[in-house]
Design a protein around this ligand. Structure first.
Ligand SMILES: [Zn+2]
Length: 157
């Protein structure tokens, strides 16, 4: 078994081999969407997506443009591994909230999205300074913090 040395931008183990870092496919409650994420953060990402679907906007209407794990570099930054490479990031409603687009959510929805992301220990691409990525949400917790947050939210499997 190879030892993982690669890390994505947020410090989580990344690999081209999804099995090596515990990537599985998880259904998002209340939708027909499945997201591929790392086991250790799956409750945070999938529960966030379910609540986003229920309270912000539906994620399974029209094009299915919602993704999780994907081994790749940060777009335009070929020296950094995207957090999708560790299965700790998801994109929701990508066609509506495209990379680089600003104000794709109303001001009220923006506040609600940020609050929801914070609840699950996620960082929203809306907050990126140089280039907004409003479809994007990523774990900004250490493995220990992620475990604690899952417990605090009562999301243990
Ligand atoms: Zn993304």
């Amino acid at each position: 078994m190879p030892t993982t040395t690669l890390k994505s931008d947020n410090g989580w183990p990344a690999s081209k081999d999804p099995a090596e870092i515990g990537i599985k496919s998880y259904a998002v409650k209340g939708t027909k969407i499945k997201l591929r994420c790392a086991e250790k953060v799956a409750p945070l990402l999938t529960e966030f997506a379910a609540e986003f679907h229920a309270t912000i906007e539906p994620i399974d209407e029209g094009t299915l443009d919602d993704w999780g794990y994907c081994f790749r570099m940060v777009r335009g930054r070929e020296d950094r591994l995207s957090n999708h490479s560790s299965g700790t990031a998801i994109d929701l409603n990508a066609s509506k909230h495209q990379l680089g687009a600003e104000n794709t959510f109303t001001p009220e929805k923006t506040l609600a999205v940020l609050a929801l992301a914070a609840k699950y220990g996620l960082k929203s691409g809306i907050t990126y300074k140089l280039r907004k990525d409003p479809m994007h949400f990523e774990v900004c917790l250490t493995p220990k913090q992620a475990k604690e947050r899952i417990t605090a939210l009562g999301l243990e499997q």
